[in-house]
Design a protein around this ligand. Structure first.
Ligand code: OXD
Ligand code: MN
Length: 581
């Protein structure tokens, strides 16, 4: 399919290593993909769902031990350990290649190796990057076809001499003890072995679009961020674009696809991306954002018509479900979707009833769905130039510390706010509840290099953007003394986004506090909301004593970075300390 010598040489090398019986190039044609779907159903790798109710939809079950990303098996392999930094696992590249080569050796004997050329981004866009994934899994091929742009277009984009990310995946025995997800940023290479679960094997997503891309972005002067992108249209038809980063369990997908409450009729939220944003400085001096993905790899449990109508609607056709419950009529179900069916087959393939005492769908079960099927997909989703950002929003789940919303004083202060992002653990995750986890820019598991250098890159970018987006922090999760949530969240978060946009437009006033600019309570629209002014005032308070405690946690976290912590961040820390008195 290509004469690109770099591709052919690498393919030859990897073929000798993995020794597949056959090699199949994925051209992206429907005929080829249909044949693969048929083959995977015949082999049992996928289950065809009820084609009347869910046309083009399939179910896949992973191994019981292979249901999530594995951060402790994920490595950043740079020549120098300090370039991976204190928050990443590190191996020397030579050691990693040697160790993993033994595992890949002959791993595809008796199997087919699929060669998937793919583009992260739109063909012909200055943002886009090409990757080629070699895999022995049809599930990976079919998911990559949804999540990225695969086939001939990618080969054309690559050209005769273009560079690409070399992605190698072998399913092998799915042995968790020998599972590795390894990034070699200096070689633009990703090696994944012994897993067949989405985040570990769809190498365009977290591995390329965040870990490798963040490294490339630092070299090339752009940014790869773990952010949703949305367009907020006001009743006058004007659209402002916002990118937002949240740790998990903060409602990122819901925000990306927000449905305005009745009281805010005339507003619309358009989804440009639900997970990843690549940011570049535009010719006009603004920061522009593009979603490099082509689909959503969303968490199923909790998704319902009520919580996220748009996400659910996106999954009604051409979707691959992973580890959800199969109903007797061959449709799908998960906890939080609707009333439980009386009988079905659980994610492990066992007979299930609501009395089984275990969940029907795995808590991290997923849907892989084409973004274009989303009812609120933005008209700019495939714009080669991306969309210009008015605001960047960071968020976290904090019971007391962070107010509903605040704005940074300037770019550097905004970088500090992102770098000190944190969330309190919920009962959904194993371990103690309410423990503060620091997750700078929600990039902790996804930054492909030393996070100290990453903060420095953010500060450097700020110097180069003539007209930067304003930076905000939100917290939908403030609680009262009885642990009751004080803010309704979901669609009503639009009320906060509106204040953010008003600030960007210079239309709203603010109160200057120790941590940043806060809204005047009367500037947040609470029409038709079951919330009174006193509650609103409460969630807009900043308790200096709590923030002084917060400073200690921030310091402890920053100390990890030693001399890599940029002066600009230290300065912001000192400023905050001084403002808190
Ligand atoms: C995801 C994640 O799956 O951030 O998007 O873990
Ligand atoms: Mn994510």
């Amino acid at each position: 399919m290509t004469n690109n010598k770099k591709v052919l040489t690498w393919l030859d090398e990897m073929t000798k290593l993995c020794q597949p019986d056959n090699i199949v190039w994925i051209d992206g044609s429907q005929a080829q993909l249909d044949a693969l779907r048929k083959e995977s159903v015949e082999s049992g790798e996928m289950i065809e769902l009820n084609q009347e109710k869910l046309p083009g939809c399939y179910l896949h079950r992973t191994a019981e031990n292979d249901v999530a990303r594995v951060e402790n098996r994920t490595f950043i392999c740079t020549s120098k350990e300090e370039d991976a930094g204190p928050t990443n696992n590190w191996m020397a590249p030579a050691d990693a290649y040697a160790k993993l080569s033994k595992l890949y050796d002959g791993s595809m004997k008796g199997r087919t190796m699929y060669v998937i050329p793919f583009i992260m981004g739109v063909k012909g866009s200055p943002f886009s990057k090409v990757g080629i994934e070699l895999t022995d899994s049809i599930y990976v091929v079919l998911n990559m076809d949804i999540m990225t742009r695969v086939g001939k277009d990618a080969i054309e984009e690559l050209g005769e001499d273009g560079d690409f990310t070399k992605c190698l995946h072998a399913k092998k025995d799915v042995d968790p003890e020998e599972r590795y997800i390894v990034q070699f940023p200096e070689d633009n290479t990703i090696w994944s072995i012994n897993s067949a679960y989405g985040g570990n094997v769809l190498l365009g997503k977290k591995c390329l679009a965040l870990r490798i891309a963040s490294y490339l972005g630092k070299q090339e002067g752009w940014m790869a961020e773990h952010m949703l992108i949305l367009g907020l249209e006001n009743p006058q038809g004007e659209v402002h674009y916002i990118a937002a980063a949240f740790p998990s369990a903060c409602g990122k997908t819901n925000l990306a696809m927000l449905i305005p409450p009745k009281a805010l009729e005339g507003y619309k939220v358009w989804t440009v991306g639900d997970d990843i944003a690549w940011l570049r400085i535009g010719e006009d001096g603004r920061l522009w954002a593009m979603n490099p993905e082509n689909g959503f790899f969303g968490v199923a449990p909790g998704t319902s018509e009520k919580t996220n109508y748009n996400a659910l609607a996106t999954t009604k056709k051409n979707t691959i479900f992973t580890n959800v419950l199969l109903t007797d009529e061959k449709t799908v179900w998960w906890e939080g979707l609707s009333e439980a069916p009386a009988h079905g087959t659980d994610w492990l393939g066992n007979e299930w009833t609501p009395d089984s005492g275990i969940k029907g769908a795995h808590p991290n079960s997923r849907f892989t769905a084409p973004a274009r099927q989303c009812p609120c997909i933005s008209s700019e989703f495939e714009n080669k130039n991306g969309v210009p950002l008015s605001a960047i929003v960071f968020g976290g789940r904090r019971a007391k510390t962070a107010p509903l919303v605040y704005q940074s004083y300037d770019w550097n202060h905004g970088v500090f706010i992102g770098a000190t992002m944190a969330s309190e653990t919920t009962a959904a995750a194993a371990g103690a509840v309410g423990v503060v986890r620091r997750d700078p820019m929600a990039m902790l598991p996804f930054c492909g290099y030393n996070m100290g250098d990453y903060f420095a890159h953010w500060l450097e970018m700020g110097k180069k953007i003539p007209n930067p987006p304003k930076i905000f922090h939100v917290n939908w999760f403030r609680q009262d003394e009885n642990k009751k949530f004080l803010w309704p969240g979901f669609g009503d978060n639009l009320r906060v986004l509106n204040w953010i946009v008003d600030r960007c437009e210079g239309k709203a006033d603010a109160v200057e506090t120790a941590i940043g600019y806060l809204p005047k309570p009367e500037d947040i629209n609470i029409d038709a909301l079951d919330i009174d002014m006193d509650t609103l005032k409460e969630i807009l308070t900043v308790d200096k004593e709590i923030w002084k405690e917060e400073l200690k946690g921030i310091k402890e976290f920053f100390d990890k970075f030693g001399s890599k912590l940029p002066e600009g961040i230290k300065e912001q820390y000192n400023n905050l300390e001084a403002r808190l008195g």
